[in-house]
Design a protein around this ligand. Sequence first.
Ligand code: MG
Length: 385
Amino acid sequence: MSVRRVIVLGATGSIGESAAKVARDLPDRVQLTGLAAHQNAAGLAAQANEFRPAALCLVDESKLDDLRAALAPGYAPKILTGEAGLVELAASAAPADIVLIAIVGTGGLRPALAAIEAGRDLAVASKEILVMAGEVVMGRAAARSVRVLPVDSEHNAIFQCLEGRDPRTVKRLILTASGGPFRTASPETIASATRAQALKHPTWNMGAKISIDSATLFNKGLEMIEARWLFDVEMDRVEVVVHPQSIVHSMVEFVDGSVLAQLSHSDMCFPIQYAICWPERVPNRLPPLDFAELRTLDFEPPRRDVFPALDLAAHAGRTGGTMPAVMNAANEIAVAAFLADRIAFPRIWSLVEATMQVHQATLRASLEQILEADRWARQQASALL
Ligand code: MG
């Protein structure tokens, strides 16, 4: 029985709070040795006072005094700040077996690469870093013999189904999608969707960006590309099926026609615990599935004509190179604009599509070329607004 020392980047977000729950549930198995937040000094201090990690990072320097004032008397962790502080925490500021990257958007990329260089395993919840730089991240991880453990529930499910099996025996990866709040909505309803409607996810409780991505199905599109890199399976063997109950988290079909699935309640504590404790299965206090109560699990094809995000993502994933980074960056700009009430809901799709259309993708791109494409796409999408 081993104790896993874990650094959490993005401690006060929805994934970070679930990671804290896992640590609270399994105090003999999970030790939080480093915590980082963007600007939520009070939330970071509350977790730090409870778990007493050796090092903290608050990216927003202007909130450092609030953090120091809120720490318990006699507790004096190493305190870092800024993007450089995140990188230092990921690589060296505290002892760790695994670094959980749970920062919204692409901010986790440099800390993730720093953790890999330091030989630390990664648990990745920030799908954006694998979408934009999956080839680079997985390549460097392989070179350093570092493991990249998926936290995203779908990929965690596939990881569980694939474990120990020859990758050549895989026929298809089948990602399940809840379908989001507009699964059965008419195109007219979707066209006039409000912020509140789009944020209201039927089965998962998540942050604003990922909730909007679930409503557009860009979340599933990003996950298709994420799966392509995590499991080294070409894009055309990654499929999506809508499953409104969010109980089957994803499936793998093998060459003999057998399909393996992973099921649990839709609570991120399940995949977070599995990634952190891997390869061990550890008893916990999470609620078990009750099939007599569940009774039905439904499946249906996604409405690709109403939700163009899936085809845009398939195109980006097939093209490869800098194209996924461009799709991801344009989507971040579009979601922010929608959340600020600057654009209508369907404009999220058309803005991403328009940005992708004018991009000349660089194939087998370097990290610098990917970051440049990311910057370009943000400017381009903002200009199109
Ligand atoms: Mg997911």
